[in-house]
Design a protein around this ligand. Structure first.
Ligand SMILES: Cc1cc2nc3c(=O)[nH]c(=O)nc-3n(C[C@H](O)[C@H](O)[C@H](O)COP(=O)(O)O)c2cc1C
Length: 204
């Protein structure tokens, strides 16, 4: 598929058929995430791939899926045949930016407070997009549930406490779903978002 087509097709899918995702397809989608850039090539992105029924149900429980189902939404998480839990290892960045070539810029090793833009979140975003697009390219759908609505996933999946959970990517064959009410906001006007030559200037 052309990249333009993949980008146009991508949307968050929140309902899937029961059909499993073949393991080679799932691995290619994960590999797309591994191909994402990382600051200083820190490679702090981490993934937990979940396909077992009991484990997917446990993840759904951590997301309080039953509350969404009670409100008329589909069982998005438990029904998705695969989850890719996207995590970052912040310490990988602190270590990398304490190595001689990076520390020389600041004249000392790296501390968390130094980071006006925490690159572990930037890299997580790039990784998320790579995974979402790869799923579309494989003829599948993917969705993303942010960590802000997930409890206890560290415990559920034995993720070490120092690893930060970004969210859950769901992957599967899409079924019709209830669209997010957020989409009712509509797209912002292009001139609000894009300036030319300096902030606020429209295209000549
Ligand atoms: C960082 C991030 C967190 C998100 N968290 C959630 C979420 O917790 N639940 C949800 O239903 N959608 C979530 N979304 C999906 C957005 O609502 C969705 O991307 C947006 O409404 C645009 O819709 P589209 O991606 O289908 O084009 C999240 C998206 C991002 C990028």
């Amino acid at each position: 598929m052309e990249l333009r087509e993949v980008l146009a097709k991508r949307r968050m899918v929140r309902n899937y058929s029961d059909e499993p995702v073949p393991s080679d397809v799932l691995e290619r989608i994960v590999d797309a995430g591994l191909r994402a850039p990382s600051a200083g090539f820190s490679q702090g992105q981490r993934f937990v791939v979940v396909t077992g029924t009991a484990q997917r149900n446990a993840v759904a429980e951590s997301c309080r899926e039953h509350e969404y189902v009670q409100r008329g939404f589909d069982p998005w998480i438990s029904r998705a045949p695969a989850h890719i839990v996207l995590c970052v290892d912040r310490d990988a960045y602190l270590k990398r930016y304490s190595e001689p070539d990076k520390a020389a810029v600041r004249g000392r090793t790296s501390r968390e407070g130094d980071w006006t833009v925490p690159y572990w979140w930037v890299d997580a975003g790039a990784t998320l997009m790579a995974v979402l697009l790869a799923a579309v390219d494989e003829g599948l759908g993917a969705g993303f549930l942010g960590a802000h609505v997930v409890d206890d996933l560290h415990t559920t999946l034995d993720i070490p406490p120092e690893i930060l959970i970004v969210g859950i990517v769901t992957v599967g064959y899409p079924l019709p779903d209830r669209r997010s009410s957020s989409l009712g906001r509509g797209w912002l006007d292009r001139d609000t978002v894009v300036s030319y030559e300096s902030w606020g200037r429209p295209r000549a």
